[in-house]
Write a protein of this length. Structure first.
Lengths: 176, 195
């Protein structure tokens, strides 16, 4: 499990409040340790439809459908899931669908699992190559304003925007 | 093996969307997009020219956003096979207003009519049933199609049907491939027009 910071940290609560304020109604997610608290908040909110995915690219398509139907959404995933999304991101970029992605990082700060490192190191560049505007949270104190900035450029600018939440913020996973 | 299919894909699509009323329609890339355009252009068609594997999930997001409107995903077997997990995701949500139809020619028509998994026994209706769809069927005859269409349009979902069709390639009928235009036209017709 994550280190002590993840159980006491309030940044997931602050991100959740931004999603509520921004009228996000559909929350697509692949279950993830770093997003556990945020996912729990969204699942507990009856005004939000929290949808568990089998793979992350499903969420790109689902949120395009949400926007066609007049609703805003968010896609929650881990950095390893970004690699699953690349071709589907053409849907967002070609049609200029608003897309807000919140990505918990693995494969960087203190990573113990070598299998997480390739995709973790590639996450930002790969998203940029696919036409996504990439933001990053390196300090928990910046979480809310960074997510708000990304949400505005997504929903008002009709663009795909990702927020990468640094592994140092989340806490490094340790098997013990 | 079953008898060779006799249903023709363009006629199938015409019947699926006949007298469509407020129906929202999402085809897959390739043949089903052309079939839908051939059945008649409509602002509540969201044509796909890419995003293979995404049609059913676009339908889910739309169905969740518009619970009072019927949503029909009408895609091909190759497109559905690329996103089979969507059937599990949709089944967990149990959207009552969503129907997913696979117009199944057992071929990848766009790339040269190569066989798909359904030509080798993969039973998509069986997959949907096992995933938890409320109702599934495999349609092979005119009579079965006539019985299935009203259910796909009105029965409580999520409902799934595979419709076996001949592997012909009818002439292209190409709708706009301008994604921004298709998106904005759809939203204007749905969100700015009283239903």
């Amino acid at each position: 499990m994550s280190s002590d910071t993840s159980t006491s940290a309030t940044w997931p609560d602050e991100i959740y409040n931004v999603l509520v304020d921004e009228k996000v109604r559909q929350v697509a997610y692949v279950p993830d340790a770093g997003h556990t608290r945020l996912i729990d908040h969204c699942r507990a909110n009856s005004a939000m439809k929290a949808v568990m995915l089998t793979t992350e690219e499903e969420g790109i398509a689902m949120l395009a459908g949400a926007w066609l139907g007049g609703e805003r959404g968010v896609l929650l995933m881990q950095s390893s899931g970004v690699g699953n999304c690349i071709n589907m991101l053409s849907l967002s970029t070609v049609c200029r669908f608003p897309l807000l992605m919140l990505v918990t990082m693995r494969g960087e700060w203190g990573e113990f699992n070598p299998w997480q490192i390739p995709m973790g190191q590639g996450t930002g560049p790969v998203l940029e190559q696919a036409g996504v505007l990439v933001h990053r949270i390196d300090r928990a104190a910046d979480a809310a304003e960074t997510v708000l900035a990304a949400a505005r450029i997504a929903f008002s600018g009709d663009r795909a925007a990702a927020v990468l939440i640094a592994q140092r913020v989340i806490g490094t996973k340790a098997f013990k | 093996m079953s008898a060779a299919p006799t249903l023709e894909r363009r006629a199938v699509m015409r019947k699926l969307v006949a007298d469509r009323g407020g129906l929202l329609v999402v085809p897959g890339l390739g043949s089903t997009t052309y079939d839908l355009a051939a059945a008649g252009d409509h602002p509540l068609n969201f044509y796909l020219w890419g995003a293979m594997g995404g049609a059913a999930m676009i339908g889910l997001g739309l169905a969740l956003a518009q619970p009072a409107r019927r949503v029909l995903v009408a895609t091909g077997d190759g497109e559905m096979l690329m996103g089979l997990g969507a059937l599990a995701t949709i089944a967990v949500q149990q959207p009552k207003n969503l129907a997913v139809v696979v117009i199944d020619n057992e071929r990848y028509a766009e790339t040269g009519l190569q066989e798909t998994h359904t030509a080798h026994g993969c039973d998509l209706a069986g997959v949907a049933k096992a995933a938890g769809f409320a109702s599934v069927s495999t349609v092979r005859t005119e009579a079965e199609l006539a019985a299935a269409v009203p259910l796909l349009r009105e029965a409580p979902g999520p409902i799934f049907a595979t419709i076996k069709v001949t592997p012909e390639r009818p002439p292209f009928v190409l709708p706009s491939n301008d994604g921004v235009y298709i998106k904005n036209r759809f939203r204007a017709a749905l969100l700015e027009t009283p239903s």
